[in-house]
Write a new protein. Structure first.
Length: 111
């Protein structure tokens, strides 16, 4: 099978917060863990999935992965596929094609 990806994927388990807007204007928020990451997107494992075709916003906490110093990746992208959990115990998740990613220092919580 021919590889069609433009960007090399890297395995990375890091916490991710994400949100998306439902057709009625309600904003949903959830958390998950990244399975892999590339310059063109990411795959998120979680319990609450945005529908395919939805635009979402994502914040990946790279510091928590123990591979990086205090930096987060913020991304906006399109949900391009969803994989449901299966009866054999396989975990579900969804793929995101990122339109824009940027590195940021995390903001300190207000005191």
């Amino acid at each position: 099978m021919m590889e069609r990806r433009r960007h090399q994927r890297h395995e990375l388990a890091a916490p991710v917060r994400y949100e998306w807007e439902l057709p009625d204007g309600t904003v949903r928020q959830a958390t998950g863990i990244t399975r892999d990451f590339s310059a063109g997107g990411l795959f998120v494992i979680g319990d609450d999935f945005p529908p395919v075709g939805t635009q979402g916003e994502f914040e990946v906490d790279l510091e928590a992965s123990s591979l990086f110093s205090a930096v987060n990746v913020r991304a906006k992208g399109l949900i391009n596929r969803v994989e449901a959990s299966d009866a054999a115990g396989g975990v579900g998740g969804f793929g995101v094609s990122a339109r824009r990613m940027r590195l940021e220092k995390p903001t300190l919580p207000a005191s």
